[in-house]
Write a protein that binds this ligand. Sequence first.
Ligand code: NFE
Ligand code: MG
Length: 511
Amino acid sequence: MTHIVIDPVTRLEGHLKIEVIVEDGRVQEAKSSGTLFRGVELILRGRDPRDAPLITQRICGVCPIAHAMASTLCLDDAFGIAGVIPNNGRIIRNLILGANFIQSHVLHFYHLAALDYVDVSAVADYAGKDTALNAVKAFIGRGQLGPLLPRYEGDYRLSREENREGVAHYLEALTARRRAHEMLAIFGGKMPHQVGIVPGGATARPTTDKIAAFLWRLNDLRAFIDNIYLADILMVAKAYGDHFETGAGCGNFLSYGGFDLESRETDLTRRDRWIRAGTCSRDLAYAPLDPRQIREDVRHSWYADATTGQYPLHADTAPQPGKEGAYSWLKSPRYGGKVFEVGPLARLMVNYAAGHPVIRQAVDGLLSAAGLPLSALVSALGRHAARALECKLVADAMAEWVLQLDPDAPVYVGYEPPVHAEGIGLTEAPRGAVGHWMQVEDGVIANYQAVVPTTWNCSPRDDHGAPGPVEQALIGARVRDVANPFEVVRIVRSFDPCLACAVHLITPDGA
Ligand code: NFE
Ligand code: MG
């Protein structure tokens, strides 16, 4: 029996500790712990609700847009304007969020996960003329190994040429991400922490020069996604095919839905959205979303047991460091009492099950190109494939949305902030379903709660002892070399965890 502790797991956002017990070459037990305590939302209490989208964006520098969107939808709801957002405002919000999806998915594959599969040392003896590869060679030669090491050794399977191509694309991906940030800033002002998405609509007018500036960058990125990102996924899939058979996880998938296609329906679970809301399991039985089924358990989290099992709108957060039996600062969100995975794979599965025509066709096309059954998607490598495919589909949809903007129409509708109200904002972040809940009393925020994608995926055991999605994905996984547990980090990173988001934390009692 070997007890492996990886603390922190590198190349992800925030502070994650993973512990596994390996026996007879397989993981028998797994624990996922968020080791960071934060109190970002503490400062929301007593503030003007209009501060919430600006402050909650500071939960994370990677997905601030998703928090701005969840918070803004929550405020639209609380302010009674959810059904009257102008089309321009709705579309601009989608474009800002979509730009962040593209940036985040490219970031995750190339700059966080690829080094699990691509051997960067293949450029050390590169003798060709490619300036990018020579720059990396010189970088390594100077002993600047920071982003590239430490790493596990042994299981690198690509050819020397493929590795070099992977490294060259690692650099190209930096340019692609810059392009996505520029694109976001056209309507969002800046990245991170944009200023374009606001209750009532958006702040930027969609002038023709802005539309053109957005579109050429988007088309540039679409070429990168189609020709490089998706091709690299297939290259990795060929060499590491066994990773389609590992890391399946809990097999329940949840999507809040995102990218509004209309803004008349005030109930977000019924609103027409490009990514549809709902749940499904591995058998693809689709069910509509009912947010009232969401609860957060804390039996194994460092919070007072009295606060367990609460619906977010009325939830409480009472930190209790050192609580016996607890091992994480993440709560355990559950839906109908069950464990659910969120994220690109969950979205594709739910939308496939719901019969989304574009997603169905794209998933079937990708699987037939790779010669794989649908069940292969529910795996470590399947999550990467799902993320890349979603990146393409969102980018393609954005190319249509940007042309629906009307330079002569309004982007914003005014409102009176209420004295007493409550709101719910549900959307999709790059890493999965994100929801914000708010109560307003006497014109100020009385309670504000967020349930965030990585809180779902990296959650510890719940009150019934059921392990969280990442924990379940690890249990049973084969580990060939306990000194180099590649399989463990490949499974964990396939979820694209962000622990900064996951432990955002609301601390109503000021602790
Ligand atoms: Ni900090 Fe986030 C995304 C959100 S994940 S990255 O995507 O919401 O928990
Ligand atoms: Mg929370």
